[in-house]
Design a protein around this ligand. Structure first.
Ligand SMILES: [Zn+2]
Length: 559
């Protein structure tokens, strides 16, 4: 008798996530699990024709910031558009639990800067009465609401520190007693199902009132002690964003103490000078076997700015008079032919030339048709120099025109080296963060389109491994990340000839009418979570208000 399945994915190219060669085959799914893979005979309630498409495990995005968004967007857009079926929240030590009611506003004001969302959007999105205080209650609240894709969370150093120290968390080192209390909270969170502990020392992480986020003020002793909870629990991963006093030596020490993996953020091209990544790769190769791995990204790191405060350009000496001028003086300089000539020359001869042409005009109120277009393209169309175009647009908009400029990870040769190195892992999509300024949640489709198909930097099998088995293993996500009978049926079906992502576009679909940037996917035929098809041919296949198949991954597992 022919076997009966809920869903049969027929006639695709199976790539199982382990790096093994692709092979033609079918996938039979029953009861939310993979029941058969290979040549599968049988019937099903639903047959999906995967002819010409790759059938892969659903992608795992280990670096997201959906901690707030999960309370108003059960689909966790836009991750599933790009084939993602499991996400990890709480990265960089942010997150929203544990939080005392009295500290809710401080947490939101921290997210306001680091997530790039308006305070009104966050307030309207989570509501005045939060459905949780402890980390365990947070996971339960996420579970009660339901999500389209699976979600796990790291416990964040910042909320833990704020919980114990209040506003002083941004001002001073903790006492031993306070560290003891924090340790109790981290232990509780791990027991409740946190995937690990996350922190940040990055000088770019600025919270309420321009103060450092709480984790940045912690002593090494505090970080080491809290990370030590992973060793006691004999489980979980440490995620850390590097900064002064927190880099490879410290990660090696934490790994030695805990015997747990450390996934750090991020190794980007150009970060430590033109060849700086090489030394870090060499050191990482030595630490790889111990599980200390840098996260790398296939997209350039962008910053958004306006010419009224042109900080990404101010390292050039030609910009010195601008730095010293007030706003009126800046306008005068931007209109001055002599200043323009000097800036054009500097841009044309220097290393900054290519990134400058790659600037995206993100917002230009007098002429929205140029929004989200490349500066170099619009300049070529109009037959002007990109410098003159940027200055003319800005002067016509009272210096309110917004630009997005790639500052790191811009050299494709270096990015290729980072992506292909065995001691790295893909991370830093920052999905859910920087919502109004950036969007890298599309990294999986960009990896498959640009770095596999167009540039041939990774084989399809290796790219899929890096999006599935590797992150699932490092983050302790059991039962997922591979196509094998018995495992959860998280599956992404994509067309290798067309998979990719679109340039960003701005939408206003967040609470209180707030805006964000999104990228559309191409070539993602179907996304299946725990056996349920949630996306098909670029559209939602489930009702976002109805029952959804995503599960909370406590300790890496669905209950
Ligand atoms: Zn982050």
């Amino acid at each position: 008798m022919a076997e009966r399945f809920d869903l049969l994915v027929r006639g695709g190219l199976l790539i199982d996530g382990t790096g093994a060669p692709a092979r033609p085959g079918d996938l039979g799914i029953r009861g939310g699990r993979i029941a058969a893979a290979g040549t599968v005979q049988g019937t099903a309630d639903r047959v999906l024709d995967a002819g010409g498409a790759v059938v892969a495990p659903g992608f795992v995005d280990i670096h997201t910031h959906y901690d707030a968004q999960v309370f108003w967007d059960r689909m966790l857009t836009i991750s599933p558009w790009h084939g993602v079926t499991s996400v990890v929240m709480g990265n960089c030590g942010f997150g929203v639990a544990p939080t005392r009611p009295a500290h809710r506003d401080l947490v939101l004001r921290t997210l306001e800067s680091v997530e790039g969302m308006s305070l009104e959007a966050l307030r309207a999105g989570i509501g005045a009465e939060w459905p949780f205080e402890s980390f365990a209650e947070f996971l339960a609240a996420v579970e009660r609401r339901g999500t389209a894709i699976n979600a796990g969370a790291l416990v964040g150093h910042t909320p833990v520190r704020l919980y114990v120290m209040g506003e002083e968390a941004t001002e001073r080192e903790a006492t031993d007693e306070e560290i003891g209390q924090m340790r109790g909270l981290v232990r509780d969170a791990l027991r409740a199902g946190a995937l690990g502990f996350a922190t940040s020392k990055s000088p770019t992480h600025v919270g309420w009132a321009g103060r450092p986020v709480p984790s940045r003020v912690a002593s090494w002793h505090e970080i080491e002690t809290l990370a030590g909870c992973l060793g006691e629990a004999a489980g979980g991963v440490m995620q850390a964003t590097i900064g002064p006093g927190l880099f490879l030596d410290q990660f090696a020490a934490i790994q030695e103490r805990t015997h747990r993996p450390v996934s750090w953020t991020a190794l980007l091209g150009g970060m430590l000078g033109p060849d700086g990544h090489r030394a870090v790769l060499e050191q990482s190769a030595a630490l790889q076997a111990r599980g200390v791995l840098p996260q790398v990204s296939c997209r350039p790191l962008m910053v958004e700015f306006q010419l009224k405060a042109p900080f990404p350009l101010e390292s050039m000496s030609v910009m010195k008079p601008v730095s010293q001028a007030d706003l009126a003086g800046r306008r005068r300089l931007y209109a001055d032919p002599e200043f323009r000539r000097a800036l054009r020359e500097r841009i044309d001869e220097g290393r900054i030339g290519a990134p400058f042409r790659d600037i995206t005009i993100t917002e230009h109120p007098p002429d929205p048709s140029v929004a989200e277009r490349r500066l170099g393209d619009v300049a070529a169309e109009r037959g002007v120099h990109p410098v003159d175009l940027a200055l003319d647009l800005s002067l016509a908009a009272d210096l309110e025109t917004r630009f997005r400029m790639p500052i790191l990870n811009t050299d494709p040769a270096i990015v290729a080296e980072l992506l292909a190195h065995p001691a790295t892992m893909i991370g830093l999509s920052d999905a859910g963060a920087h919502a109004s300024q950036l969007c890298d949640a599309c990294a999986p489709t960009e990896l498959l389109g640009t770095w596999v198909r167009e540039r041939g930097v990774l084989s399809l099998e290796e790219a899929v491994r890096r999006l599935t088995t590797q992150p699932a293993e490092v983050f302790g996500i059991a039962d997922r990340g591979r196509l094998a009978p018995g495992l959860a049926a998280d599956v992404t079906v994509f067309d290798p000839a067309t998979v990719g992502c679109s340039p960003l576009r701005r939408v206003r679909d967040f609470p209180a009418g707030a805006d964000r940037l999104v990228s559309d996917a191409h070539g993602i035929r179907a996304v299946v979570v725990n056996g349920v098809m949630i996306r098909e041919d670029g559209r939602d296949a489930v009702d976002p208000e109805g029952p959804l198949p995503g599960r909370v991954l406590r300790g890496g597992r669905a209950a």
